[in-house]
Design a protein around this ligand. Structure first.
Ligand code: ZN
Length: 499
């Protein structure tokens, strides 16, 4: 490669380094940092964020991206060099569109909105959060106006989390899910009462939870060489590099942490499986939030809520909690952790009703953005959709519209990626099964190597070299399709309830 690419590569490597340092500072803040360090850390994060952004949007990067065009023409589309140039050009052009003042205003608004949201939620008083919600959506509209006129304004926000995805495509997925899952939810309502899940409330002492969760993660492929797991308040996964994967979890007496830990493992495994030559480039990460979520949901649900998984691991879980699970066997445990039942809180929802929680948020966000719904009317609209989609009456705003922090944090367009993750996880699973037909027997032996290897070879190694659309096409051989997810959920419900 010529010298222009080499110069560009060296500059992008520094930007990649800065992003990793930001991520480690964030991880430290949520796991290790003493509370008193918060103001200093906020300054440090703001400074490093600004430097990273200035480097990416610098005239120098712009000049190199122009000068590299000649070399680029001779490159193979699949090569690391061509991919890195494409991705850098896209990141650069997108970042340059938004004036630094608007960027700061968005950050500042979120900094004020988050504590207001917490207070509103504590006192179940929507009016405390209302002015912040108005401001958040006003700024989102300004943000949208920075870009060329899209098909729909929401496309611009979606693109931050799922590059290239259109609102119309996501709407089509939700239309299928609502049509197929709505009747299923109504049908299973009468059976849910017959499944006893009361033992899932514990108590589960932390030490025994940690030991069990490590047994599962070790079998999955967690190694001390490249991974850590630490306690936090709201679990997440982050990474300081391909060989530096940091999971977080929490241990509450009334919930089994292993499901959240398996979820975060899926995120971590994706980052760990990126091809080593992509380290210190802009393409050495997972490709989008939706595809990332497909990996976490796969390990949490398709593996971690499966019958073969619990046939293997339930005896060990019962040894960890002999009193709590004395009268439970593997089959009744499997049924309990898969119980389908409409509920108020998204993060506690089962695999079927979860998508309805997301449909509701996706629809309200679009209405708020195009001003067909006033922020003041959101609680009423929320409650009406909860009644329509899930037959649930919302008792108060704390457990209704104020249950999630996303809008307070300025994350609009993020919610749909959860459902995209569910949909894509089933597509990938179906494709993987064609190559690993004995996956159930393997899971029952706690042998996850074939699954891990398949995912690395077909998806993880690619990093961000291709767009999410191209990546999905390469992995499953087709476009986004809710069919496999619907079929999986229907089969599971049929099996659980004998429908
Ligand atoms: Zn996740």
């Amino acid at each position: 490669m010529g010298t222009v690419y080499e110069e560009l590569r060296a500059r992008l490597a520094e930007i990649a380094d800065l992003s990793r340092v930001l991520e480690l500072l964030f991880w430290d803040q949520r796991t290790m940092m003493p509370a008193g360090a918060a103001p200093a850390r906020a300054d440090q994060l703001a400074t490093l964020n600004r430097i990273t952004y200035e480097r990416l949007t610098s005239e120098e990067i712009g000049r190199l991206l122009e000068e590299v065009r000649d070399e680029e023409e001779s490159l193979d589309y699949d090569s690391l060099e061509a991919s890195q140039i494409r991705v850098a050009r896209r990141d650069y052009e997108k970042a340059r569109r938004v004036p630094p003042e608007l960027r700061s205003e968005i950050v500042r608004t979120a900094v004020l909105a988050l504590p207001a949201w917490e207070q509103a939620r504590r006192s179940s008083d929507f009016s405390i959060f209302l002015p912040h919600l108005e401001q958040t959506f006003a700024l989102r509209r300004e943000y949208v106006a920075c870009f060329d006129k899209p098909d729909e304004d929401y496309d611009v926000l979606l693109d931050d989390y799922e590059p290239g995805m259109k609102t119309a495509e996501v709407r089509a997925v939700f239309d299928v899910l609502k049509r197929e899952l709505g009747p299923l939810i109504a049908e299973v309502a009468e059976y849910a009462a017959a499944i006893d899940a009361s033992f899932l409330a514990g108590p589960f002492p932390a030490e025994a939870q940690k030991a069990f969760e490590l047994e599962v993660l070790d079998a999955f492929g967690f190694t001390a060489e490249s991974w850590r797991i630490d306690d936090t308040v709201h679990p997440f996964a982050s990474s300081g590099g391909i060989r530096d994967i940091r999971l977080t979890t929490r241990h509450l007496h009334h919930e089994l942490s292993v499901f959240a830990s398996m979820h975060e493992f899926g995120h971590g495994l994706y980052e760990h499986g990126v091809a080593p030559e992509l380290e210190r480039t802009l393409v050495g990460r997972g490709v989008s939030l939706g595809i990332h979520e497909s990996q976490s949901r796969m390990w949490e649900n398709l593996v971690g809520r499966s019958r073969p998984f619990w046939r293997h691991f339930f005896p060990s879980l019962r040894r960890a909690f002999p009193d709590q699970l004395a009268k439970v066997d593997a089959e009744s445990f499997y049924r309990a952790v898969n119980k389908i039942e409409p509920s108020l809180i998204r993060i506690e929802a089962d695999e079927v009703t979860y998508n309805m929680h997301i449909a509701l948020r996706f629809e309200l966000e679009q209405q708020l953005l195009d001003e067909t719904l006033a922020p003041a009317d959101v609680p009423e609209a929320w409650n009406a959709k909860m009644a329509e989609y899930l037959g649930i009456e919302v008792p108060d705003v704390a457990d209704g519209v104020l249950q999630d922090m996303h809008w307070a944090g300025g994350y609009v367009g993020y919610f749909p990626t959860y459902t995209l993750g569910n949909v894509v996880s089933a597509q990938i699973w179906e494709r993987m099964q064609a190559d690993v037909p004995d996956i159930d027997e393997r899971i029952e032996r706690a042998d996850f190597s074939a699954l891990r290897d398949w995912l690395r070879e077909h998806l993880h190694a690619l990093g961000r070299k291709f767009t999410p659309r191209e990546t999905l096409e390469r992995v499953v051989g087709g476009p986004l399709d809710p069919g496999p997810h619907v079929a999986y959920l229907k089969a599971k419900a049929a099996d659980l309830y004998g429908l």
